[in-house]
Design a binder for this molecule. Structure first.
Ligand SMILES: *[C@@H]1O[C@H](CO)[C@@H](O)[C@H](O)[C@H]1NC(C)=O
Ligand SMILES: *[C@@H]1O[C@H](CO)[C@@H](O)[C@H](O)[C@H]1NC(C)=O
Length: 449
């Protein structure tokens, strides 16, 4: 027992003494480094005023918080990594108990005043001194600092929901020009090792570039680092919840043309689709970015679909009116017959029915005329007096026959006219079906790319 206790005491002492010594040395070292006469954290840490402080700049992306289309703002959580040499924070490690590095709070040492230039938050884009810095005995300072930045980002939603956006974050020293604080890049792209995937955006690229700019205020150029975030919207949500139902309605609209005009259901069907679309647009318009400068592609798609269904309604009204033209006030106009029953019917392979109908017409008239010519001939006139009564009644019969035939012919003509109108309506209906179908395909191809 005693041996065990003694062993414990000895090991504790051996462990504790070097730690305690190193702690004391570190405290002494820190005090000596940062004491008032040796160190002024508001001055650049160089011994010669003409030397530039070379700041190595690196960024690790943590998370995209939000990209607000309407406000044109972009919020992101990033980890900044800054490295520089501090000529006053050096020591000989072997003279200071082997202490190779020290951690000092970042507010106690000089830090480059890196600002986010295109900041729009209340913090003015400054980096708050929150974390500690690590200083090596050679004077190399590492400053790793998480920060949330809100920047202005010009969002162009013309191609919504298939849009790509580029948001820039421009970092640089606010008061020091390139000759005093020289910021340079460690990596050409931002590190994405700890990046959390965003639900709405895909991060395609994160190139960084070093920019040297001359401002009218000052003679020396300023160096800034521009981080470009190349974002692509995930359009699956919009495809599944908005575009797909709309396409279903489009197809239904097309099949509406197969409802016969006589059935009386047709107009109701189109109107129902139109109502469904309008209600649908109303419900889902919350998801569309509310801007008025440009109409997003999805909005254009909806508007085009509503227009097409509206045109289908109108076409349906025209077709129904044409096929119910009874009694026909007048025969089908010549140009309409030519256009619909000749050319369009041929175009849609409906010419067999169409031509049969209007070829029959003149032939019949010819036959009728022939019959009347025969009756009107001389034979009855030249037969003289003896059977005058018979002659009279014959004339009566002929007149009656003629009247009857004229009536029948009129009726037949009327029916033929009616048929022709119906046929024309059918051809027109087919033409509208093809037009709307074609327009649907064009709308889908152009607006859903
Ligand atoms: C550090 O101190 C040791 C011992 O005093 C000395 O031998 C060595 O040269 C010093 N190193 C430097 C870089 O000054
Ligand atoms: C600043 O750093 C760049 C490299 O990033 C270097 O080419 C340039 O000479 C430096 N400028 C000064 C003034 O040190």
């Amino acid at each position: 027992m005693k041996i065990a206790l003694g062993f414990l005491l000895v090991t504790t002492l051996f462990v504790w003494i070097p730690v305690s010594i190193s702690q004391d040395v570190a405290v002494a070292l820190k005090t000596s480094l940062l004491s008032g006469s040796n160190y002024d954290k508001s001055l650049r840490p160089v011994k010669s005023a003409s030397t530039a402080v070379n700041v190595d700049f690196d960024i690790s992306l943590k998370q995209i918080i939000d990209l607000a289309e309407k406000e044109q703002t972009f919020r992101i959580n990033i980890w900044l990594r800054l490295y520089w040499n501090d000529e006053f924070l050096t020591w000989n490690a072997s003279e200071h108990g082997g202490v190779e590095s020290l951690t000092i709070h970042s507010s106690d040492v000089w830090r480059p005043d890196i600002f986010l230039y295109n900041n729009i938050a209340e913090t003015y884009g400054a980096i708050e001194a929150v974390t500690d810095v690590t200083v090596t005995s050679a004077g190399r300072v590492s400053y790793l600092q998480p920060a949330i930045f809100t920047s202005a980002c010009l969002v162009d939603i013309t191609k919504f929901p298939f849009d790509h956006q580029e948001c820039l974050l421009e970092f640089g020293s606010w008061i020091y020009d390139g000759g005093k604080v020289n910021v340079s890049l460690v990596n050409p792209t931002a590190d994405r090792g700890i990046f959390t995937q965003n639900e709405e955006w895909i991060l395609n690229g994160t190139p960084m570039s070093r920019l040297v700019t001359l401002y009218p205020c000052c003679p020396d150029p300023y160096v800034t680092i521009v981080l470009t975030l190349q974002l692509e919207r995930r359009s699956y949500f919009y495809m599944f919840n908005m575009v797909l139902p709309c396409i279903v309605l489009m197809i239904l609209n097309l099949f509406g043309f197969y409802i016969p005009p006589d059935s009386g259901e047709r107009l109701g069907f189109f109107i129902t689709i139109l109502l469904a679309l309008v209600v649908f647009l109303q419900v889902l318009s919350d998801s569309l970015p509310k801007t008025s400068t440009t109409t997003p592609q999805l909005g254009q798609f909806f508007a085009a679909t509503i227009w097409l269904v509206g045109i289908s309604c109108l076409a349906s009204i025209v077709v129904i009116r044409m096929s119910y033209n009874s009694p026909p006030s007048r025969p089908l106009p010549r140009w309409l017959r030519l256009l619909l029953l000749r050319y369009l019917a041929r175009l849609f392979c409906m010419n067999t029915i169409a031509e049969e109908k209007h070829v029959v017409h003149p032939v019949k008239e010819g036959v009728d005329n022939l019959v009347f010519m025969d009756h009107d001939g001389d034979t009855i006139q030249q037969k003289d007096t003896p059977n005058f009564a018979l002659d009279l009644s014959l004339r009566e019969i002929v007149r009656y026959c003629r009247e009857y035939s004229a009536q029948a012919r009129e009726k037949k003509e009327e029916e033929d006219d009616q048929d022709e109108w119906k046929m024309a309506a059918l051809v027109l209906d087919r033409a509208f079906l093809f037009l709307v179908g074609l327009a649907n395909i064009i709308v889908c191809v152009v607006l859903l790319r």
